[in-house]
Design a binder for this molecule. Structure first.
Ligand SMILES: *[C@@H]1O[C@H](CO)[C@@H](O)[C@H](O)[C@H]1NC(C)=O
Ligand SMILES: *[C@@H]1O[C@H](CO)[C@@H](O)[C@H](O)[C@H]1NC(C)=O
Ligand SMILES: *[C@@H]1O[C@H](CO)[C@@H](O)[C@H](O)[C@H]1NC(C)=O
Ligand SMILES: *[C@@H]1O[C@H](CO)[C@@H](O)[C@H](O)[C@H]1NC(C)=O
Ligand SMILES: *[C@@H]1O[C@H](CO)[C@@H](O)[C@H](O)[C@H]1NC(C)=O
Ligand SMILES: *[C@@H]1O[C@H](CO)[C@@H](O)[C@H](O)[C@H]1NC(C)=O
Length: 441
């Protein structure tokens, strides 16, 4: 009897130790990522806009200025790997809530930084002024900064403001509702009409770039590592964005850390860009290589729905893919694509399978793009190679777009400047929609 009791006590002690350790390990922040399917101008493109939800505090008019009395509301923001800083719909200051949000004034150093070194560059933008569009501010009380809409390419002005964004913590496998993590970024405040052409529930841009004013720079004790897993199937549930080293668990086997599926390559710097670049030496299809010239740059973009290739590379890829898919009946091509297939056989739609397209990377690793990521079903009976000709003189030879990395786990480690990629998780019987967002208490 005595010894059984002892065992029980030991077990409890171990469990408690485990729980308190787990508490320490809640170092990741977790955000669901949803795929937007509202068709606007070009249904092929708009179907691939990614949104995510971040919580941010919205002061109630005439509440005292304590952050813990603010009401937190959720907002959907477009994920942008390039943007120098985040901006979203918010009113920088409200009557009766003078201290809720402080604007960056024109004499503070972030003002100059945001306007010059961390600026959106576009010849379309007017020169900066110290007078804001809101008449409640005196000259110089704000620092209006130009931003470019990733949807329209048009220029607008935002008011940089000291903000608070609230995130849910996670241990990589479960989500915890207590003790949210609050970050204090400078983010642009903007009126809602800035987002007119955005999908209806999107009210801003979340900058995940390497800029000193983008969100990763404000994570506090959380490691500057971004794990992005975009969903492909809208009905299967959201994908996931995690900040922090991990682990990252996806179902159905919740005990497998999907970091074990990652290969790594170096993240490269590119002048005048806070975005993410990798070195691609060649595109290999069934043992034959399309060489990517040495001086060509490859960028990863969440704003391009399909990979864009400079014409020389595009032609090589299309020629090779059409050669290795001879047995699949062709179809008239559907813009913006150049190589399409007829997927009806005797009146029924069939799934097609094409050979893998491998990106041979500079460190000898390969990123495999399998059919789920290389082919887009455009209509009932037409599927196309989901790459787009970017013209003969495009700035970047390759811009990897979202269709090519849906259901791939991508990890941008800003501490070691490395990029981790899993290739399709579907090959390993999981997907980006398999993160368990059920809240643990
Ligand atoms: C804004 O005001 C600051 C401080 O007075 C000044 O240095 C800066 O040149 C002004 N900028 C513009 C665009 O007027
Ligand atoms: C998408 O997800 C739904 C719900 O899990 C599932 O029933 C459906 O088969 C999936 N579609 C594809 C193409 O995998
Ligand atoms: C890249 O190299 C090719 C061939 O050497 C050259 O013609 C081209 O101008 C170079 N492009 C850039 C952007 O340097
Ligand atoms: C696909 O092929 C079938 C015959 O097999 C034909 O009836 C149909 O029109 C074709 N569709 C397209 C889009 O080419
Ligand atoms: C299509 O139908 C024809 C006639 O019924 C048949 O001979 C042929 O084998 C079918 N093709 C396929 C791919 O099932
Ligand atoms: C994931 O799938 C790939 C391709 O089928 C396979 O080579 C690899 O061993 C799998 N990894 C794990 C950990 O199951």
């Amino acid at each position: 009897m005595q010894s059984k009791m002892l065992v029980l006590i030991q077990v409890i002690a171990i469990v408690l130790a485990f729980i308190s350790q787990q508490h320490v390990a809640l170092a990741s922040l977790v955000v669901p990522v949803t795929k937007h399917t509202d068709a606007t101008v070009n249904p092929l493109y708009s179907a691939h806009t990614y949104l995510d939800k971040v919580q941010y505090p919205s002061p109630l008019i005439s509440t005292p200025a304590y952050w813990n009395q603010w009401r937190y509301v959720q907002q959907s923001l477009l994920i942008d790997l390039d943007a120098p800083f985040s901006w979203h719909y918010s009113f920088p200051r409200q009557e009766g809530c003078q201290e809720c949000r402080q604007t960056v004034t024109c004499t503070e150093s972030p003002c100059t930084d945001l306007r010059t070194t961390s600026s959106y560059q576009s010849p379309l933008c007017p020169p900066p002024t110290n007078t804001s569009m809101y008449d409640i501010y005196m000259d110089c009380e704000t620092c209006p900064v130009n931003v470019i809409s990733p949807v329209t390419g048009e220029c607008s002005q935002v008011i940089p403001t000291y903000e608070q964004f609230m995130f849910t913590r996670s241990n990589g496998g479960a989500v915890y509702s207590y003790d949210p993590h609050i970050t204090y970024p400078i983010a642009g405040s903007t009126p809602p009409w800035t987002f007119d052409p955005f999908p209806s529930d999107v009210l801003g841009v979340m900058a995940l770039s390497s800029s000193p004013y983008a969100l990763p720079a404000y994570l506090g004790e959380v490691d500057r590592v971004i794990a992005l897993c975009l969903p492909s199937n809208v009905s299967a549930g959201p994908g996931v964005l995690l900040f922090g080293y991990g682990p990252y668990y996806l179902g159905p086997q919740r005990d497998v850390d999907v970091r074990s599926l990652l290969s790594y390559t170096a993240l490269l710097k590119h002048p005048n860009s806070f975005g993410y670049f990798i070195g691609v030496n060649a595109i290999v299809i069934k043992k034959q290589s399309i060489i990517v010239p040495n001086n060509a740059t490859t960028k990863i973009s969440t704003l391009e729905p399909y990979t864009k290739l400079r014409t020389d590379i595009y032609s090589g890829v299309v020629r090779r893919v059409s050669k290795v898919t001879k047995r699949i009946p062709p179809a008239k091509s559907v813009a913006p694509f150049g190589l399409c297939f007829n997927t009806t056989v005797n009146g029924t739609t069939v799934g097609i399978k094409v050979p893998d397209i491998d990106l041979a990377l500079q460190d000898g690793k390969k990123w495999t793009i399998s059919t789920a990521n290389s082919i887009k079903q455009v209509t009932e009976d037409v599927a196309c190679l989901a790459v787009v000709d970017n013209g003969p003189t495009s700035e970047h030879a390759i811009v990897i777009g979202t269709h090519q990395f849906e259901d791939n786990l991508l990890v941008f480690d800003l501490i070691t400047s490395t990029f981790g990629f899993s290739s399709s998780l579907l090959r390993n019987h999981t997907s980006c929609s398999n993160f368990d967002f059920a809240v643990s208490h």
